[in-house]
Design a protein around this ligand. Structure first.
Ligand code: SAM
Length: 194
């Protein structure tokens, strides 16, 4: 069975979404075989709506960018440099195409977890892949520490059905953790590098 995070062939179903987050409009091309192709994921929307845009600046990593809603939204609304990574080739191609369509300059590249990530960031922002299992998920979330500057922040969204509460506890072993928002079971979590 193919998952959105694999590179197996999945039938193409390319179409355009018109997405509005707060006052920002994005046109996003999506396709079969990528996460949330029917519309902006509710968890991703909750995350974006609860970021403090007045605070975000510097270097930002959109981890697991999919077709690009997080990184492109941030580049459109905030003065920052955005890198976007994913393991899924089709998602990466869409993210690049969407950057062009929305007229923003971002740096999109393939990485399995952080294998091709060399920089340190002020912010790592992610709607992380849950279905990859706890081991990989924790490699992503705890591995972020190495790629955050001092006082850098990892922001993520996780549903309580996907273990948000225990994740908050576990993250607190390595980070200073705050639950920034809760909406319909989704937790927006900020984990600060201390
Ligand atoms: C929940 S989706 C979020 C996609 C997009 N950011 C959004 O909000 O619509 C998680 C993303 O993580 C990517 N991913 C899964 N495993 C990965 C890995 N080992 N390294 C990098 N990205 C991975 C998937 O391909 C997928 O695009």
């Amino acid at each position: 069975m193919s998952h959105y995070f694999t590179n197996d062939y999945v039938k193409s179903d390319k179409h355009e979404l018109n997405v509005i987050v707060k006052d920002t409009k994005l046109k996003l091309i999506v396709d079969g075989g990528v996460f949330s192709k029917k519309g902006l994921d509710f968890g991703t929307r909750t995350l974006l709506e609860n970021l403090d845009l007045n605070k975000i600046n510097g270097d930002v990593l959109d981890f697991g960018c999919g077709y690009g809603p997080i990184g492109l939204y941030l580049k459109k609304t905030v003065n920052c440099q955005v890198d976007m990574v994913d393991i899924n080739e089709r998602a990466l191609a869409l993210a690049k195409e969407n950057a062009k369509i929305n007229d923003v300059k971002v740096n999109v590249f393939k990485s399995d977890i952080y294998e091709n990530v060399t920089k340190k960031y002020n912010y790592i922002i992610t709607n992380p892949p849950i279905r990859v299992g706890k081991k990989i998920l924790y490699n992503i979330l705890f591995g972020a520490k190495k790629h955050l500057k001092e006082n850098g922040e990892l922001w993520l969204v996780v549903n309580k059905n996907q273990g948000a509460k225990s994740l908050v506890k576990d993250l607190a072993e390595d980070y200073e953790v705050m639950v920034a928002a809760k909406n319909k079971g989704f937790y927006v979590i900020c984990a600060k590098n201390r």
